[in-house]
Design a protein around this ligand. Structure first.
Ligand code: SAH
Ligand code: SF4
Length: 376
């Protein structure tokens, strides 16, 4: 797979231990690592120049050794109300998406309400789900841990003014992370875990594992591995088909990991974590929206004690799939509820800013290519 080695490693890819070791090589004390990380995470420093309690020599070394802006924020598109979509450019020119979703709460403006951020783990995706914009052009490369963390710090910097108490305490200025942006998180497992450990660390953002949900198309060995992690992340499964027959049509991953392998792995995860998992189910017209599918889905959800999240399909340019009518969506939901399944139908917002996974990047890349036909 294509990899990218940057000129300088991003500072956000360092751990406290690795930084202490690097500093020891130049005769600096371990205490300095704590100061540097405090600037980077608690005070959101975007360059070593502002680190005024360090010597000029150490600041210069930091600047020469590490990249402090591995991700450049190039677009911040706020939709009507709840959603903002950020487009970030990496050092090799790759584009990734991060979404901020605001949950309306009584008595508080949207800017001060609960916020979930949706992060990317890869540029593109190799899983090839037939309905998804992220997979349309295949996988370009994995993100490094530092790029994943830097992506999140951009959100902090943008949201700090709306959460001044959290910002002052050096905590993340949002409430939840869902790993549901571009890419298959389980295909970039180690970098994602490194990034999430940094966010969780007391020297990082002190961000609780239970506030992180990892979504997968169903990479069974990694689901089992995640079940053994000491940090208790939440898990969401992109099911989208309640029988092998239907799932196989739209998700090639189902050939390697059909339901008879996937569902026991989910059970194992739920057993180890003692916590409800989520089944994501996009409703696609005439593909998986029949009442037979609803009944089969109810059987799976009841067996796993899982919550079902129904998402009306978000149209992707160039793909033939459509969302079912509202009546049909409601009928599907009712069939689940009649079988006592805990289910929600997300009438998803942000359609107007291409909120579905991978779409904004795809469109921007196409526009960039059209504007510069000579450039690779
Ligand atoms: N690769 C992981 C996480 C990223 S995809 C996964 O598949 O779970 C995040 C979610 O967006 C998945 O549930 C995916 O199926 C869904 N998705 C992709 N394209 C979509 C579309 N056009 N409309 C609605 N949801 C979509
Ligand atoms: Fe990849 Fe998830 Fe899109 Fe499938 S739905 S192609 S796994 S990003």
């Amino acid at each position: 797979m294509a990899t990218f080695t940057p000129e300088k490693p991003p500072i956000h890819g360092e751990t406290k231990e690795s930084l202490v070791a690097r500093l020891a090589l130049i005769g600096e004390s371990a205490f300095r690592a704590g100061q540097i990380l405090e600037w980077v995470y608690k005070r959101r420093a975007a360059s070593p120049e502002v680190m005024t309690n360090l010597s000029a020599k150490l600041r210069a070394w930091l600047g020469e050794t590490f990249d402090f802006s591995a991700n450049e924020l190039i677009l911040n598109k706020r939709s009507n109300d709840v959603t903002s979509k950020l487009l970030q450019r990496l050092r090799d020119g790759s584009l990734i998406e991060t979404v901020i979703i605001r949950a309306p709460q009584e008595g508080v403006g949207l800017d001060h309400s609960r916020k979930t951020i949706c992060i990317s783990t890869q540029v593109g995706c190799a899983m090839g789900c037939k309905f998804c914009a992220s997979g349309l052009e295949g996988l370009k490369r994995n993100l490094s841990a530092g790029e994943i963390v830097a992506q999140i710090l951009h959100v902090c910097r943008l949201e700090d003014e709306h959460a001044p108490d959290k910002a002052a305490a050096g905590l993340a200025s949002f409430d939840n992370i869902v790993v549901m942006g571009m890419g298959e998180p389980m295909a970039n497992y180690e970098a994602l875990m490194d990034a999430l450990r940094t966010l969780n660390a007391d020297w990082g953002l002190n961000f609780g594992a239970r506030r992180v949900t990892i979504s997968t198309s169903g990479v069974v060995p990694k689901i089992l591995k995640l079940a053994d992690e000491p940090l208790g992340f939440r898990l969401a499964i992109s099911l989208h088909g309640a029988t092998n027959e239907v799932r196989e049509q739209i998700m090639p991953v189902n050939r390697a990991y059909p339901l008879e392998k996937l569902l026991p792995a989910c059970k194992e995860f739920a057993k180890k974590h003692g916590r409800m998992l989520t089944l994501e189910f996009i409703l696609i017209k005439d593909v998986n929206d029949s009442l037979d599918q609803a009944r089969a889905l109810a059987g799976i959800a009841n067996d796993l004690h899982a919550h079902v999240n129904l998402i009306p399909y978000n149209k992707v340019e160039g793909l033939p799939w459509e969302r079912p009518s509202i009546t049909r969506q409601d009928r599907f939901l009712k069939e689940l509820k009649d079988r006592r399944v805990s289910a929600t139908l997300r009438r998803e917002k942000g359609h107007d800013i291409d909120a579905a996974c991978g779409q904004l990047r795809l469109k921007t890349e196409k526009e960039l290519r059209a504007a510069q036909p000579a450039a690779g």
